[in-house]
Design a protein around this ligand. Structure first.
Ligand SMILES: [Zn+2]
Ligand SMILES: [Zn+2]
Length: 219
């Protein structure tokens, strides 16, 4: 059974995910570790649990989700897997870092063109399968990862507890985002746990019943 562990890293309090199972293989999603202490926290968890990182994946390439890409890629000898449509976002990270005044941002490795992820792809590691869902709107080519067997969804910045992703950044679009949420997320069972890019986990059922953005959009 897959386990999900997360850390809130960097000035944006971004959730970095480690997903692993009894095989001890793990995937690292959106490594946001920025300080030496955060990099150590990530690696200590991997060491302490005897995990073997086998894939490095970004849900999308906003600066807060990619700050630790170079570290994870180098330390664990992994190539970067993203949706091809996020390349312009990844390429703009340096400029965005200057804009926000964030110093010493190390450049992410180039994404692996052999491993671009698109809708319906299965991310397999250990005994676990994650299904990639194409969920644009917060960024041009955000992807989410659904684990049907273990009832969870890694949703990036698409949906938050009581809220939704912002749509005012380049490539963002409100209607596209709401369509991603209603078509791709709200078609999942109520008991699916949603792990977001920021803040606490929620469930599909709770958001379906209480999220004002969804209630307004669907009414
Ligand atoms: Zn984002
Ligand atoms: Zn974010």
């Amino acid at each position: 059974m897959a386990q999900v562990h997360y850390f809130a890293f960097n000035p944006f309090s971004e959730n970095t995910y480690i997903i692993y199972d009894e095989s001890n293989e793990c995937v690292i999603l959106d490594p946001g570790c920025y300080t030496e202490a955060e990099r150590q926290t990530l690696s200590n968890y991997i060491n302490d649990n005897n995990l073997k990182p086998v894939r490095l994946i970004n849900t999308h390439c906003h600066i807060d989700h990619v700050l630790g890409n170079y570290y994870v890629a180098e330390k664990y000898q992994l190539s970067l897997e993203i949706h091809e449509g996020e390349i312009p976002v990844l390429e703009s990270v340096e400029m965005v870092a200057q804009m926000y005044g964030i110093p010493q941002v190390k450049k992410s490795p180039d994404p692996d063109p052999e491993k671009f992820i698109s809708e319906g792809d299965l991310i397999e590691f250990g005994n676990t399968k994650l299904e990639a869902l194409f969920t644009p709107g917060h960024s041009p080519a955000s992807i989410s990862f659904y684990c049907e067997e273990d009832n969870f969804l890694i949703g990036g910045d698409v949906l938050f507890q009581g809220s939704i992703g912002r749509t005012d950044l380049p490539g963002g679009n409100f209607d596209t985002l709401m369509k991603s949420i209603t078509d791709k997320f709200m078609s999942l069972p109520d008991n699916v746990v949603v792990y977001s890019g920021h803040g606490n986990p929620t469930t599909i059922g709770v958001e379906r019943k209480t999220n004002q953005f969804i209630l307004n959009y669907c009414s």
